[in-house]
Design a protein around this ligand. Structure first.
Ligand SMILES: Cc1cc2nc3c(=O)[nH]c(=O)nc-3n(C[C@H](O)[C@H](O)[C@H](O)COP(=O)(O)O)c2cc1C
Length: 379
């Protein structure tokens, strides 16, 4: 992609309502830096447990995401040298810049985990280490990790200070607005993070008690941005290109992080960049682009986890890739019974062939609402 230009106003600029607050300033589509790590645009893929696997991250980078994150991995697992945990940390060089997200609550263990990651051989070493301070699930918060850290600001400071001393990689954090409506301390948390040595903060603009419900409160991203000097990455409810542009304009944030909007749609990054760099909306991907991506995603997954595991892991991805296409419900049912990658690939090829016979290979489903998945472990 060409170097990002100053943003031309989007064709249907939802940031300029007819009445009410004055129009927001036009945002810049410049990239941003986290310490020495340069992102060539503001738009990054969120850490997504069970979803942001290495093949999916590769597809997102190909389509213009400027950075990606692994799903959260356990600091205990890293320190114990757990093979399963280290497998979650594996990535392909084309995914760079990449952050490995770590969860935990003990400053010393978190620092040891940071050391484990920084001591990996250069080709396996991430570009950044991100700390999960937003996961709402009970299993995590009961261990004082994830969003529970937001209730213990001194512990946040201790974790970041010890980690920053233990590694020369940039340490960042992903937070929520606070624990609940009564304790929205995101500004205090961001100031603490900055003082302790964090080099960027991503803010999912909901409290822990809101989980994924209601609308994200973007105005709090703007408030946090005004309070600190380190880059702020806004997150929550960015559904498509218009929203991404609007979040930049409304909050002044440096980066925009997308999660659910990218499910089955890594092209969302391409659409955002086209809108922001050229002022032109791009059409959504066609049926054949979607199915070809599904086949490639599966092939890459087979390389890392083997045929049977890949076939199981791909079920949700395929369901998202084919969502809204003709006969997708029937195909999804078949996909859920496919036991090997060969069977699944064949199903996708037959489906594409069937659509081609009916002249539907260029079919584009309507834009849909954000998927409301129940995350296995999420922030
Ligand atoms: C299935 C799923 C898994 C998630 N896993 C993580 C995770 O591992 N770490 C994290 O910080 N956030 C995780 N999240 C939260 C997302 O990164 C993001 O903050 C949230 O989905 C809001 O952004 P969105 O509206 O763009 O989806 C997860 C969310 C979902 C839906």
């Amino acid at each position: 992609m060409s170097a990002p230009q100053l943003l031309a106003p989007p064709p249907s600029d939802r940031s300029a309502p007819e009445a009410g607050p004055p129009p927001v300033a036009r945002p810049a589509a410049r990239g941003f830096s986290i310490g020495p790590v340069r992102m060539d645009s503001p738009f990054v893929l969120a850490p997504l447990a069970g979803v942001s696997d290495s093949p999916f991250r590769r597809l997102a980078r190909e389509q213009g995401a400027s950075a990606v994150y692994t799903e959260m991995v356990s600091s205990d697992g890293l320190v114990r040298g757990s093979q399963a945990t280290l497998e979650y940390c594996a990535f392909d060089p084309v995914e760079r810049p990449i952050g490995i997200q770590v969860f935990g609550s003990d400053p010393q263990i978190m620092a040891d985990a940071a050391r484990v990651l920084s001591d990996l051989p250069p080709e396996r070493r991430p570009d950044m280490i991100d700390i999960n301070m937003g996961c709402p699930v009970r299993k995590v918060v009961n261990r004082c990790a994830g969003a529970a850290l937001l209730q213990d600001v001194p512990r946040i400071a201790a974790i970041v200070e010890t980690m920053a001393r233990a590694t020369s990689l940039p340490v960042t954090a992903k937070v929520r607005l606070g624990w609940d409506g009564q304790t929205q301390n995101v500004v205090e948390v961001c100031r603490t993070l900055e003082r302790a040595g964090a080099q960027a903060v991503a803010i999912h603009a909901r409290t822990r008690s809101e989980k994924f419900g209601g609308s994200a409160h973007w105005e709090m991203i703007a408030e946090a941005k005004r309070a600190v000097g380190i880059p702020i990455i806004g997150n929550g409810d960015v559904r498509d290109a218009d929203d991404a542009v609007r979040m930049l304009a409304m909050t002044g944030c440096d980066g925009v992080m997308l999660g659910r909007a990218a499910f089955g749609d890594p092209w969302v990054f391409r659409r955002i960049r086209a809108l922001i760099e050229c002022g032109k909306p791009l059409p959504p991907p066609t049926a054949s682009e979607r199915l070809e991506a599904g086949v490639r995603h599966l092939a890459m997954l087979v390389e890392s986890v083997g045929s049977e595991h890949a076939a199981r892991e791909m079920r949700k991805h395929v369901a998202w890739y084919i969502k809204g296409l003709p006969n997708s419900a029937r195909v999804r049912e078949q996909v859920n019974h496919a036991r090997t990658a060969v069977e699944l690939t064949e199903l996708l090829r037959v489906y594409l062939h069937d659509l081609e016979l009916r002249g539907l290979e260029s079919f584009t489903p309507d834009a849909t609402a954000l998927p409301t998945e129940t995350p296995r472990a999420s922030g």
